[in-house]
Ligand binder design. Structure first.
Ligand code: NAD
Ligand code: TYD
Length: 337
């Protein structure tokens, strides 16, 4: 049996990965380490909580007393845990430095001592490249992060690299584009707009709405990470991009028409400060390892709309009963209108 540690496994991508790992690797024992911040929820793992090959540990990656022994006993570490929302990082950056940079440092220190560690997958992001005016980012491009979230992730990305270059920790760094799919916290644009629209609440579109993101279905992301665990090379960076460049305004129209809602729900609001205009990834390096995205955007988006429509049990308690979410929503959106 391989011992696999997934940090941030109660979040959006982490929980999808835990489910994927248990389904595809009968010889893996998976431990989820998660602090259960506002974004981490046991509900995200509801169907695997009682799986005998899965253990859930409630703890902070930055707390070495909890996280270090877990890393030291692992064969594989897949490190998703992070503060992840750009808008929150603009309101208050402290937690981003603490978790994304310091937390990663604590894990890497433990990784130096781990006897059986074969992979440490550092989940970075395409946002470390900064805004891309034209063309597509390749892995060797300069990093030009422009907000506290992406700057923290760039710090962690390079710190992880340094632990490979200096101490031979078997680090692989992935930089994925914007993910979408089930269990995404309804602060990010797709689940926010979908759940607002279901309730006929206006969807707040930033600025001119002509910013571009490259959408990646979370299942394609899981397949890429899984492939890199098997066939990636330590010390290397791999872009993971869906190849679906879509303008925010077009995305919004697709969501509204997919739900049968009127375009009058679109509410233009003040832009995000320092808003990155466009991200775009060159994925030739990952494709050469054997990956291609399998979920066409139109299909993935339609299925995601269906998932949020069918799973109100999952998102309504956040949007309707969680005072922290309400006060975040007010702080974030009142000042924009
Ligand atoms: P998320 O916000 O949904 O989940 C993050 C998880 O990390 C939560 O479960 C949270 O409780 C946990 N966490 C936060 N701080 C922690 C700490 N100190 N100790 C332990 N657990 C902690 O995020 P996500 O969208 O699933 O993103 C996962 C990873 O993928 C992040 O590293 C993010 O930077 C990266 N990424 C995300 C995207 C995207 O589009 N969502 C794209 C590229 C890369
Ligand atoms: P988001 O989901 O926050 O991801 P990221 O900022 O990491 O790319 O936002 C995706 C795009 O949608 C981004 O260009 C900002 C825009 N956006 C809005 O227009 N309105 C919103 O309420 C949110 C949350 C995002």
């Amino acid at each position: 049996m391989a011992e696999v540690l997934v940090t941030g496994g109660a979040g959006f991508i982490g929980s999808n990965f835990v489910r994927f790992a248990l389904a595809h690797h009968p010889d893996w024992r998976v431990t989820t380490l998660d602090k259960l911040t506002y974004a981490g929820r046991r509900e995200n793992l509801h169907d695997v909580m009682n799986d005998p090959r899965h253990t859930f540990v409630h703890g902070d990656i930055a707390d070495a007393a909890v996280s270090a022994p877990l890393v030291e006993q692992s064969d594989l570490v897949v490190h998703f845990a992070a503060e992840t929302h750009v808008d929150r990082s603009i309101l208050a950056a402290g937690d981003f430095i603490k978790t994304d940079v310091e937390g990663t440092f604590v894990l890497l220190e433990a990784a130096r001592r781990a006897k059986n560690l074969k992979r440490f997958i550092q989940i970075s992001t395409d946002e470390v490249y900064g805004s891309v005016a034209s063309g597509a980012s390749v892995e060797t491009d300069e990093l030009k992060p422009r907000n506290p979230y992406s700057a923290s992730k760039a710090g962690a990305d390079r710190l992880a690299y340094s632990y490979w270059a200096t101490y031979d920790v078997p680090v692989i760094i992935t930089r994925a584009s914007n993910n979408y799919g089930p269990y995404q916290f309804p602060e990010k644009v797709i689940p926010l707009f979908v759940t607002n629209a279901i309730d006929d609440i206006p969807v707040p579109l930033y600025g001119d709405g002509r910013q571009i993101r490259d959408w990646l279905h979370v299942d394609d992301h899981c397949r890429a990470v899984d492939l890199l665990i098997e066939r990636g090379t330590s010390g290397e960076v791999y872009n993971i991009g869906g190849g679906n460049e879509v303008m925010n305004i077009d995305l919004t129209m697709k969501i509204l028409s997919g739900l049968g809602k009127p375009q009058s729900l679109i509410k233009p609001v003040a832009d995000r400060p320092g808003h990155d205009r466009r991200y775009c990834l060159d994925t030739a390096k990952l494709r050469a390892v054997g990956w291609t995205p399998q979920v066409p955007f139109e299909t993935g988006l339609r299925e995601s709309l269906e998932w949020y429509r069918a799973n109100e049990w999952w998102w309504r308690p956040i949007k309707e009963n969680d005072p922290a979410f309400r006060s975040y929503y007010q702080a974030q959106y009142e000042r924009r209108t």
